[in-house]
Write a protein that binds this ligand. Structure first.
Ligand SMILES: Nc1ncnc2c1ncn2[C@@H]1O[C@H](COP(=O)(O)OP(=O)(O)O)[C@@H](O)[C@H]1O
Ligand SMILES: [Mg+2]
Length: 210
């Protein structure tokens, strides 16, 4: 643990959001492997960019090539993986971008930690803008996910070649009150994106009140 460190105050988030004419927020996708998180996150990122907004996707597999390459899939490592990603998403959102995270994030407690991290992000100064946290449950029956199996992971998990595989040999704790639930076995990718964008528009999260 570092000691002798002091938070250096700077611009307020309010100032940053107003100057960028965009509110930063985090859209947190959670769901089984092959539920469609990365596919929907990518389409959502593209949609928001084409609206002229700053958006950036943090993806489960991708961060394991760098930021989290020292972590495996034990419960402790998954906790640390999500903690780091939540911190990074918060930084993107703090910079007035839409951070879109696509991680299985199977544990309710980890997602709660991510949410609370955003809720308590007040270092920018007393009465600062909060960072919205929008949890999206990418809901799909495991049979559908296993049937899709785009990376052949379920097959390997069933054969015992992958230990601690979510839904097979490790738990998935579904969200109890997510802001949005998308059902990728009933709606197309475009419909899922439209559902998320409509929520953001209805809540005025894509504009900044001056
Ligand atoms: N409505 C949908 N939304 C997202 N993915 C879908 C949908 N319908 C079918 N799919 C397919 O499901 C698979 C989901 O894979 P992926 O996005 O990598 O999932 P995850 O990131 O959750 O592991 C892809 O092959 C995708 O083409
Ligand atoms: Mg993925």
């Amino acid at each position: 643990m570092a000691t002798n460190i002091t938070w250096h105050p700077g611009l307020t988030r309010h100032e940053r959001f107003a100057a960028r004419k965009q509110r930063g927020l985090t859209i947190w996708l959670t769901g089984l492997s092959a539920s469609g998180k990365s596919t929907v996150a990518t389409a959502l990122e593209q949609h928001l960019l084409h609206l002229g907004l700053a958006a950036y996707r943090l993806d489960g597999d991708n961060v394991r090539f760098g930021l989290c390459r020292d972590l495996g899939f034990s419960e402790a490592d998954r906790n640390e993986n999500i903690r780091r990603v939540a911190e990074v998403a918060k930084l993107f959102a703090d910079s007035a971008a839409v951070a879109i995270t696509s991680f299985i994030s199977p544990y309710r407690q980890d997602r709660k930690v991510a949410r609370e991290l955003h809720a308590s992000a007040t270092q920018g100064g007393g009465d600062d803008d909060p960072i919205p946290f929008v949890e999206v449950y990418v809901d799909v029956p495991i049979e559908v996910a296993e049937q899709r199996d785009p990376k052949g992971l379920y097959k390997k998990a069933r054969a015992g070649e992958i230990k601690e595989f979510t839904g097979i040999s490790a738990p998935y704790e579904a969200p109890e009150s997510p802001e949005i639930t998308i059902k990728t076995h009933e709606s197309s990718v475009e419909e899922c994106v439209a559902q998320i964008v409509k929520y953001l528009q209805d809540k005025n999260l894509l504009t900044v009140s001056q």
